[in-house]
Structure formats: C-alpha cells, structure tokens
Design a protein around this ligand. Sequence first.
Ligand code: EPZ
Length: 417
Amino acid sequence: MDKIVVKGGRKLKGAVKIGGAKNAVLPIMTACLLTRGVSVVTNVPGLRDVVTMKSVLERLGVVGSLDDHTLTIDTSGLSGFEAPYDLVSTMRASIYVLGPLLAACGKAKVSLPGGCAWGPRPVDLHIRAMQELGATIEIDHGYIVAEAKGLKGRPIKFSIPSVGATANTVMAASLAEGTTRIINAAKEPEITALAEFINSMGGRVRGAGTDTVVVEGVKELHPAKFRTIPDRIEAGTYLIAGAITGGKIEIEDACPEHLEALILNLRQAGVGVECSGSVISVRGKRDIASVDVLTSPFPGFPTDLQAQYMTLMTVARGNCVISETVFKDRFTHVPELRRMGADIKIEGNTAHVGYVKRLSGAPVMATDLRASAALVLAGLIAEGETHISRVYHIDRGYEGIEQKLGALGAQIERVPE
Ligand code: EPZ
C-alpha cells in the first residue's frame, strides 16, 4: 500500500490538463450493453474505477481494452447477466448494468451495493424504476434478481433527482416499448453525456440536462464512437489547489459551464477566476474570505467538491457554514482535517468552519475518494510534511495526481507505506 507525502508551502504555477469524466464514462461503458458490436470511447481517464467497470463487463462476456485513454468495448459475445459481489462491493456504480441488461437480455442479477463511508446509500429508486418499466424484481441472498419480458415505457417520477437512478432508467427505457417520461430527473452533465452517447447509437433521448427527460424506446441500437466530457470534479479540485496555495494556474480541457457554482463562490472569496473557452485561469491569494455553501444537485454546488472546498475554508477569514444536503453524513474528512489543526464543528449535516492561520502537517488517513483529495490540498498549505495513507481511494478518481501537482511546483510524492 502506498501513501502520499506532501510538503506544504509552495505556490502552484503553470498549466494542468483535465481528463475525461469518471462519472460520465462509467454509465457510458454499461450503455454499450444495449447493442451488439464494437463501440469506441475516447478521452477516457486511466482510473481504477474504469478498470473495475471493465472487469464487470468482462464477467458478462464483453471484451474491453483501454489503450492511451481510448476504450474499445466489444459486446458481440455478451452472454452473462450477473454483476458479482466481489466487484460491486468495490464500486457502487456497477449497478449501472441493471437497466441495460434488463433491456437487452430481459434479466439481470446484480449484487446490492451496500453502504459506504458516509452511511447507507439505498438503491430503492433504481429498483422501483425498473419495476415501473415492467420488470419483476426480488432481493435474494444480497442480490437484485430482475426479469422482464420486454420493458414498457411510462411516466416515472423520482422523489430525489438521483444521478444513478436517472442513468439506469434512461438506459433501460432506450429499448423499451413506447415512451418513458422521467420527472424530477437528475440534470448533471454526466446524464447529458450519457443521453448524447445513446443518441449517437440511434437512441431517442430528449430533455437531458433538464428535470424532465423523455425517452422514446427504439427496437435496436448500433455501436458508436464518443468523446467523453471533461471531469468537472477533477477540474474543480485543481481550481481549489490554485486558490488555496495563492498560486496562478491554467486548467485546460475543462468546461467552465459545469463549474459555475464553484467559480461563483471562489470569486466571492476574493479568488481571481477567468474563463476562456476550455481554459480556466485561477489566481489565488493568501488572504481569502469565507463564503458559506450548501451542496445540492446540479447546477447547485456539487457534493463531490464539498470536502475540497472545506479545506479551502479552513484558512479563510471568518466563519464558514457548509451544509451538506445530498449525503448528509459526508464529513469523514473532518476528523483528519482537525488532526491538521483545522477548527471545524459538526451539527447534523452542517459544518461550522473557523479560521486558522495555518494548518500543520500530520499523518492522516483517506476514507474515500474526495476526502483524500481534500487531504492532499490541506498538505499543500500545511506547515511541514503531511503523510496521507490509504491513497488507493484517490486512484479511483484522479489520474496521476502527484505528477500533475508536481508539474505545478508542489512537493509531493508517492511512497510505499
Ligand atoms: C453519483 O452517485 C456520483 N457517482 C457521486 O460521485 C455523486 O456524489 C452523486 O452522484 C451526487 O452527485 C457516480 O456518478 C458514479 P445519487 P449516486 O443517486 O448516483 C439518495 C464521486 O466522488 N438515493 O444522485 O449514487 C442517495 O442516498 C461519487 O465521484 C436514494 O435514496 O448518487 C443520496 O442521498 C461519490 N435512493 C441522493 O439520493 C436511490 O435509489 C443522491 O444520490 C438512489 C439515491
């Protein structure tokens, strides 16, 4: 097991390229199950989660290869319909095979994902949507066992605009008989990208990016080529890295429209942010102001940037209130930031972040993907060295983070634990 060691105090300078979006590629990979043949997806990030999803598909008889950020997926030999516990337990997104397998094969057996570091993460909305499309589902020995003799389109209303449930429903409805109208759908850019991929396969998905998505089922889809959108969470993390170190960096191959909520907060905090095309320039400064935030579904402030933003607010003048409304217990990074001298009090789903002049380096432990990114950011400004263990979490969502930060002037390295 490796750990990452960061020596704080350097202002970051230069340019960094953003990779493709993990949370767009994962459902796009499973959407390939909706057809037979070879699909090609480019701008794919080299991440552990992408490799895990490729393994899930290979268990179904699919042949996949990832070469220099290009993914080739051949579903001609699709024969299986089970996503096993050993894979699903390492990556919840494996549940994205449920909708496509039901639509394309009429059956699916998918291990229940179980909880995560922040508590229970149910999949009841996924299951209910499949049942509303006509599938029979039972939970058997920890597996979702689903069958359908052809899915039928109909209106489906979500109580929560769940990203995952929206993705599964859009994929299943693409081959259903008739029209499915998804009300209170998720509006995340990753859903829009998925819809664009399905439409490039000959699908009929309209309204993606709004809270009402209409899917007209078609008889069959064909393989396609598709370029993945930039990863807005990776871009946001580097934006905060530039702001927190008082540096000046260019974030390239990004999509500023996907980061409006973060950019607004950074500007209010006194950070210089300029956007031109796919380049976002950030000019941090030592003395920034605290700005409250409330996480919410897109286009609100993303929960996946909450931990990183909290790190920034630990050294911002004033008291900052951070309300986490998407995953109410998503504060596993707080005890580790406190170990580094941060002043944070938790009340329910709200964190009260006080100002400290400087954090101090310490041995800390990553608990999940975004928490580990927040600890790396804290290490960039802390006095002395920060040793972050369990960094396998970070490899799930950040490709070559120590190389990218190193190229911007950070003192960071990965060493065996
Ligand atoms: C996706 O998770 C992302 N994962 C998460 O990013 C992200 O935090 C989340 O959306 C919110 O933006 C991927 O795209 C692979 P949800 P997902 O369904 O689909 C509740 C990262 O760091 N809910 O939108 O699982 C749920 O408990 C990851 O890259 C139900 O109650 O999120 C939560 O409170 C972490 N029942 C809320 O809805 C359900 O059936 C939103 O969850 C489904 C969800």
